[in-house]
Design a protein around this ligand. Structure first.
Ligand SMILES: Cc1cc2nc3c(=O)[nH]c(=O)nc-3n(C[C@H](O)[C@H](O)[C@H](O)COP(=O)(O)OP(=O)(O)OC[C@H]3O[C@@H](n4cnc5c(N)ncnc54)[C@H](O)[C@@H]3O)c2cc1C
Length: 465
C-alpha cells in the first residue's frame, strides 16, 4: 500500500503522484498548524470546500480521504506504519517554507524505512528543465516561453484504481482552525467547478482572449487561478482543453488568441521557476539596485489604498473588488500595484502582504512575480520610468466605467466622462458630481517625477540629469 499526501493537489484525476504506481492508495491530508498560520480566511475557506469536494469524489469511487491534524513528520510515519504502507508520494512544492517541511518529513519517513516519492505534477516543466544554453534559469520570460511552448506536454493522468476507505478525522469548520468567515464571496471549489470554468472558457471566450483580456468589465478570462493554486484541476487537463480549442479555432486570430492564453499559463510556470531558484525574492528585490530604494511608506496613504479610497476610480474599484470577491482582474492588479509603488512610493512588500491576506488565488510565485514586476524590482520588470497613469489606464480599459460603476457605488450615478476626468476637475466640480467620493489623495504628475527621482538615486544616478 502507498500513502498519497495531498497538499495543493486537491483532486483525484490528472494527478501524477496519485496515479504513478499501480497499487492501493490511501490518500491523506494533514492540517498542519505551522503552515496554517500563513493562511487567510478566503484561502482556507476555499481549501476546506476543495477538501469536501475531494472527499466526495473519493467516496463516489468507494474510497475516502483520510484527514488528520498535527505535525506531518509525526502523523505520516505513524499512519504509514499503522497501515503497512511502504511508500509515500506527494506533489512537489516550490516555495522555501514547503521545501523545508518536506525535508523534515522525508527524514522522518526515511528513518522508518518508508520510501518518499516527490512528483513534479503542478507544472508541465519542472524547475531546471527549461534553462539557458549555459544551464542557468531564465530571468527573461520571452526566451523561457519559446522553449516552454515547443516542449511536448504530457497527457492528463487517469485516476487511481484502488483507493482505501479510511476516513480519519471529521472535516473541520473555519472557526475550528482559528479563522473568521471571509468577508468576500468565495469561488466554489472542487474539480467539477473547475471543469465547468474551463469548458465555458474554451467554448468561446478563449477565442477573444487576446483582444478582451485587458478589459475588466468584460469578464472574459478563465478565472482558473484559484483552481490552479489548489490543484482542483490538473495542468495537463487545462492544456489539453486549450489544445482542442486550438484545433477547433475558426481562424488565425482565434488561434493566436488561444496561444495568448497558453502564454499566461507559461507565466505561471516561469514565476514558479524563479521562486524555486531564488527563494529570497519573497522578502527581497529580485533585481539589485546600487543603493536602497528610498520608499516613502506613508501609512495614511497606504491605508487609503487598502480601503479603496484614493480618489483614483480605477484603483479604488480594484481594491473594492479584492475586498468583495477576494479576487481582482489582472489589468487592475497591475494598475493598483503601480499606483502603490509609483504614485504612493510605497514598498511593494506592503502590497504583497495585503494581497496575500485577501486574494483567494494568492500563491507566492505569481503574487511575488506580479508585485516585483510592477515595482520595477523583478525579472522582466516594468522599466522604472514607464509609469502607468491611473487615469488614462481607467479610460482605456474601462471606457464606459462599467467596472468602476460596479465596485464604487458612490460613483454609480456619475458619467464615465466625469469619472475619467476626476483628478482634473476642481474640488467644487467634484462635489457637484457627488459629495461621497474622495478627492485624489496625490497628484499623479508630481508623484511620477518623485518616483523617477527615487529610482535614479537607487541606480546611483544624478536625479537632475
Ligand atoms: C500584482 C499582481 C499580483 C498577482 N498575484 C497573483 C496571485 O497571487 N495568484 C495568481 O494566480 N496570479 C496572480 N497574478 C497574476 C494574474 O493577475 C492572475 O493569475 C489572473 O488575474 C487570474 O485570473 P484568471 O484565472 O481569470 O486569469 P487568466 O487570464 O484566465 O489566465 C490563466 C491562468 O494563467 C496564469 N496567469 C495569468 N496571468 C498571469 C501572470 N501575470 N503571472 C502569472 N500567472 C498568470 C494564472 O494561473 C491564470 O489562472 C498577479 C498579478 C499581479 C500584477
Amino acid at each position: 500500500m502507498r500513502l498519497h499526501w495531498h497538499r495543493h493537489d486537491l483532486r483525484v484525476t490528472d494527478n501524477w503522484g496519485l496515479s504513478a504506481a499501480d497499487d492501493v492508495v490511501l490518500p491523506v491530508f494533514v492540517f498542519d498548524d505551522e503552515i496554517l498560520q500563513f493562511g487567510s480566511p478566503p484561502r482556507v475557506a476555499f481549501m476546506l470546500d476543495a477538501l469536501a469536494a475531494l472527499r466526495a469524489d473519493y467516496r463516489e469511487q468507494g474510497g475516502d480521504l483520510y484527514l488528520a491534524h498535527g505535525d506531518p513528520s509525526a502523523v505520516l510515519p505513524d499512519l504509514a506504519t499503522e497501515v503497512g504502507a511502504a511508500t509515500l508520494s506527494y506533489t512537489e512544492d516550490y516555495s522555501g517554507l514547503a521545501a523545508e517541511r518536506d525535508r523534515v518529513v522525508t527524514e522522518a519517513l526515511d528513518s522508518e524505512g518508508i520510501t518518499v516519492e516527490g512528483y513534479h505534477d503542478a507544472l508541465h516543466h519542472e524547475p531546471g528543465s527549461i534553462t539557458t544554453n549555459a544551464g542557468d534559469p531564465y530571468s527573461v520570460y520571452t526566451y523561457f516561453w519559446t522553449k516552454w511552448r515547443n516542449r511536448e506536454k504530457a497527457d492528463p493522468y487517469d485516476p487511481p484504481e484502488q483507493v482505501v476507505d479510511r476516513p480519519g478525522d471529521a472535516l473541520p469548520a473555519l472557526a475550528d482552525l482559528g479563522f473568521d468567515e471571509p468577508v468576500a464571496d468565495i469561488e466554489p471549489a472542487g474539480t467539477g467547478r473547475a471543469r465547468e470554468r474551463l469548458a465555458d472558457f474554451c467554448a468561446g471566450p478563449i477565442y477573444d482572449y487576446a483582444d478582451r483580456r485587458d478589459y475588466p468589465a468584460d469578464e472574459c478570462t478563465s478565472r482558473l487561478s484559484t483552481h490552479l493554486r489548489w490543484g482542483t484541476i490538473g495542468v495537463r487537463e487545462v492544456y489539453a482543453a486549450t489544445d482542442r480549442a486550438m484545433a477547433d479555432a475558426p481562424d488565425a486570430d482565434a488561434r493566436e488568441s488561444v496561444e495568448a492564453f497558453q502564454s499566461q499559463l507559461a507565466w505561471r510556470e516561469f514565476y514558479h521557476h524563479v521562486l524555486n531558484f531564488t527563494p529570497e525574492v519573497v522578502t527581497q528585490n529580485y533585481k539589485s539596485y546600487e543603493q536602497a530604494i528610498e520608499w516613502r511608506d506613508d501609512q495614511a496613504e497606504i491605508a487609503a489604498w487598502k480601503a479603496g479610497e484614493t480618489g483614483y476610480p480605477i484603483v479604488d474599484a480594484g481594491m473594492r473588488q479584492l475586498r468583495e470577491e477576494a479576487y481582482m482582474h489582472n489589468r487592475v492588479r497591475m494598475i493598483v500595484a503601480s499606483f502603490l509603488t509609483k504614485d504612493l512610493l510605497a514598498d511593494w512588500r506592503h502590497g504583497y502582504a495585503h494581497f496575500r491576506e485577501h486574494l483567494v488565488d494568492h500563491n507566492t510565485a505569481n503574487d511575488n512575480g506580479g508585485w516585483q514586476w510592477a515595482a520595477s524590482t523583478g525579472t522582466d520588470a516594468q522599466p522604472y520610468f514607464r509609469i502607468f497613469n491611473p487615469t488614462t489606464q481607467g479610460e482605456r480599459y474601462d471606457p464606459d466605467a462599467a467596472y468602476i460603476h460596479e465596485y464604487v457605488p458612490e460613483l454609480a450615478g456619475v458619467s464615465a466622462e466625469t469619472i475619467h476626468a476626476w483628478p482634473d476637475l476642481s474640488p467644487s466640480e467634484r462635489r457637484d458630481a457627488t459629495p461621497d467620493y474622495p478627492d485624489p489623495i496625490v497628484d499623479h504628475g508630481e508623484r511620477r517625477e518623485q518616483a523617477v527621482t527615487m529610482f535614479k538615486r537607487a541606480r546611483g544616478e544624478d536625479p537632475d540629469e
